[in-house]
Design a protein around this ligand. Structure first.
Ligand code: NAD
Ligand code: UGA
Length: 470
């Protein structure tokens, strides 16, 4: 089967970039990206490409080449379903905040709603592709919803095709994927659906990098890959604490470990703690699944990855407080970087949120600068985190008044007691740190949560430069 028309439900960090790349690499395929969020779709259609809702290096150039040629953004979900042979689901699957599995299991409401709509609306056979990250055996549930809601004579095949892109390098990752994974039922129709999707990727991905498996292996491989990556960061972060006590340098330790081919160099960078919308959520999901199947030791093992990540963030805020004589009440603290990593405007689960919360609770006055994250988003993140900790609306309002989101990074330094680097934006390396530190209080500390700056140089400029594990 040669696919000519596809759609993707969910125009977020995955749906937008993946469909843009498919549209670019497959000019013979018409690609529709749909979402319930009208304002997001309006931004995807904005004349000014700097306004598209996802910031990713290289994305706007692709959008300019494909939009309104074979790539279309709209809120007409029913039309997109009916015009497409293949429907990708790239909706959000956050951690549940209510009911059974609260705080651990994935909330499948959005995926279920899509399956229901597809069932109700489709008048011809469809291949439904799970692009969202889902718990093992979700395909079974989707199939059930589709057949319960589907019209007579219409059949559905559900296949799994998890996405492995990382934000900030999404386009690079999509162009040159390490692998594309496609899981399908081991039946004739399952194999045909899988082949149809293979034929799309074959337009730019070498055949040997397209792996086909059964559905459950594919679903689990996605959770497992994220857990393994996050585990490496927590491992190295746990060692960073030991380095600080012993005089070892985590950068040297990581480098030495990474030279072993069996270990490898990637994902050994010590930091203030991993963030992002997926690592924590997917590990919690893995923990929940393991407990569900009675595998408590397995669940405990993976949960430690989250515990170390929380420890790393708390350790950082405590260090700021301790170094400023145990009190930061009314002291000015600058935060450089709100995004969970560089080259993205995404701040979901960013360490900055949690560190800022700790500092605000101690009465500090916070100045935040990030080159890509909007003011609105910073305030939103803080409101959400205090809300989830059961703070009242009036308390939240009075706390958040102490946060100033600024467009000029120098305002983070002026009369500040501390400045922390929490995202590894390249521009921070280029600042004139000698001059900036002169603007700060005499008793000050510079906290480098990303080991971004040259330690030797910084130690010449100030005797209060702290980084992670060195
Ligand atoms: P996102 O929040 O950026 O986007 C999801 C979009 O789905 C939102 O715009 C939302 O409005 C839309 N949506 C929700 N319900 C809908 C419905 N019923 N109909 C139409 N639209 C609906 O999320 P994301 O970061 O793109 O992640 C999507 C999925 O991909 C998640 O399962 C995530 O775990 C997975 N994933 C994310 C990344 C990443 O780097 N962000 C990478 C790989 C996999
Ligand atoms: C991660 C995975 O890398 C992707 O393969 C996966 O598709 C995606 O999750 C997902 O499922 O959402 P992402 O979260 O976008 O991608 O970004 P990463 O590059 O993995 O970084 C995650 C966090 O770990 C960031 O806060 C980053 O700063 C931190 N990190 C990363 C470290 O602290 N040290 C490292 O060595 C690497």
């Amino acid at each position: 089967m040669k696919v000519k028309s596809i759609c993707c439900i969910g125009a977020g960090y995955v749906g937008g970039p993946t469909m843009a790349v498919i549209a670019l690499k497959c000019p013979h395929i018409k690609v529709r990206v749909v979402d319930i969020n009208q304002s997001k779709i309006d931004l995807w259609n904005h004349k000014n490409l700097d306004k598209i809702p996802v910031y990713e290096p290289g994305l706007k150039e692709i959008i300019s080449k494909t939009r309104n040629k074979n790539l279309f953004f709209s809120t007409d979900i029913d039309l997109a379903i009916n015009k497409s042979e293949m429907i990708f689901l790239a909706v959000n699957t956050p951690t549940k905040t209510y009911g059974e599995g609260k705080g651990m299991a994935a909330d499948l409401t959005y995926v279920e709603n899509c399956a229901k709509t597809i069932g109700q609306v489709a008048t011809s056979d469809k291949i439904v592709v799970e692009k969202s990250t889902l718990p093992v055996r979700t395909a079974e549930k989707i199939k059930e919803i589709l057949s319960l809601n589907g019209q007579k004579g219409v059949s559905f095949e559900v296949i799994s095709n998890p996405e492995f892109l990382a934000e900030g390098t999404a386009i690079k990752d999509l162009f040159k994927s390490d692998r594309v994974l496609i899981g399908s039922e081991q039946t004739k129709s399952g194999n045909e659906a899988s082949k149809a999707l293979v034929s799309i990727y074959e337009n730019w991905i070498p055949k040997e990098k397209i792996l086909t498996t059964n559905v459950w292996s594919s679903e689990l491989s996605k959770l497992a890959s994220n857990a393994m990556l996050a585990q490496r960061i927590s491992s190295v972060n746990s060692l960073s604490a030991l380095c600080e006590k012993t005089g070892a340098d985590i950068e040297e330790v990581s480098n030495a470990m990474g030279h072993d081919k069996r270990i490898g160099k990637e994902f050994l960078k010590s930091s203030v703690g991993f963030g992002g919308s997926c690592f924590q959520k997917d590990i919690l999901n893995l923990v929940y699944l393991s407990r569900y199947y009675g595998l408590n030791e397995v669940a405990d093992f993976w949960y430690e990855v989250i515990k170390i990540n929380n420890y790393q963030k708390t350790r950082f805020s405590k260090k700021i407080i301790n170094e400023l004589n145990g009190t930061i009440k009314s002291k000015k603290i600058g935060i450089l970087g709100w995004a969970f990593k560089k080259d993205t405007n995404d701040s979901r689960e960013s360490a900055s949120i949690y560190i800022t919360k700790d500092l605000l609770e101690e009465g500090a006055e916070i100045y935040v600068y990030d080159p890509k994250v909007s003011k609105k988003r910073v305030y939103n993140d803080l409101e959400m985190v205090f809300k989830s900790d059961n703070f009242s609306q009036s308390d939240i309002e009075s706390i958040v008044k102490n946060v100033h989101v600024v467009d000029d990074y120098k305002l983070c330094f002026n009369s500040a007691s501390s400045v922390s680097i929490l995202t590894e934006w390249d521009e921070f390396k280029k600042y004139n740190w000698r001059e900036l530190i002169k603007m700060m209080e005499k008793q000050h500390i510079i906290m480098d949560g990303r080991n971004l700056l040259d330690k030797n140089l910084m130690n010449k400029i100030t005797n209060k430069y702290f980084s992670i594990g060195r």
